[in-house]
Ligand binder design. Structure first.
Ligand code: ATP
Ligand code: MG
Length: 227
């Protein structure tokens, strides 16, 4: 059984003359512990694909199978629970909640998961230590640098020990050195056994991954192993 499989996935937005076929018959199998870059021009469907893998949106047709479960048949509640148990997601803009402290941002998924407050405190401490944010827990996102915000969003994404870590242009808003540090975090997560999928325009980042999936106009144009 494959860890994760997309079978004949199509995604269409809009209707009639506004219709956009964002994904056209996508077939991909992903194994446990892979480190994958998804590349391709703006508008080719990368975020749409990542959102389906992350259970944030459903395909228009086709099947998404995760460890034998058909995620594409899930309702919204089942999807939310699937995400909370299995998926860590970070985006270019960090998506932290501005009127919550760094502590509360990172604690949020643990609260959704129904953890007790002593467990939440312990886990947030572990994560902020690991992401070098222990002195920032009572700060708000606007008081942090871009790299610190991204580390906070990674900490939040890791809170519930996801099986799959998804990153959509995670270094796009960062300078080169800060971006490299963030990538090293992804690499070490992958070395710890986590499946990591990164959408990126940066070919240097892509070359660091073990597999590259190149998209073009809603299709898989190339899919090859680099190592
Ligand atoms: N919610 C939506 N409603 C309508 N069209 C959408 C929606 N989301 C995406 N699209 C369209 O689907 C296509 C693929 O978009 P997507 O965001 O997946 O591209 P992308 O490869 O991530 O691009 P970028 O590199 O600019 O982020 C685009 O033509 C886009 O306009
Ligand atoms: Mg995108």
């Amino acid at each position: 059984m494959d860890f994760l499989e997309l079978k004949n996935i199509c995604k269409t937005f809009g209707r009639g003359e506004n219709e956009v076929k964002a994904l056209k018959d996508i077939n991909i199998k992903i194994g446990k512990g892979e480190l994958i870059a998804i590349t391709g021009k703006s508008g080719c469907g990368k975020s749409t694909l990542l959102n389906i893998i992350g259970g944030l949106s459903l395909p228009s047709s086709g099947a998404y199978i995760f460890e034998g479960s058909k995620i594409s048949s899930y309702n919204q509640n089942e999807l939310a629970s699937f995400r909370n148990r299995n998926i860590g997601f970070v985006v270019q803009s960090f998506a932290l909640i501005n009127d919550m402290t760094i502590f509360d941002n990172i604690a949020l998924p643990l609260k959704y998961a129904g953890k007790k407050s002593f467990e939440i405190n312990k886990r947030v401490k572990e994560l902020t230590d690991k992401m070098e944010l222990s002195d920032k827990t009572s700060f708000f996102p606007s008081q942090l640098s871009g790299g610190q915000c991204q580390r906070a969003s990674i900490a939040r994404a890791l809170a519930c020990n996801p099986r799959v870590f998804l990153a959509d242009e995670p270094t796009g808003a960062l300078d080169e050195q800060t971006g490299k540090n963030i990538l090293n975090i992804f690499k070490s997560l992958n070395e710890g056994g986590m499946t990591v999928i990164i959408v990126t325009h940066d070919l240097e980042i892509a070359s660091m991954c073990n597999r590259r999936i190149e998209m073009k106009d809603g299709t898989i144009f190339n899919d090859y192993n680099l190592k």
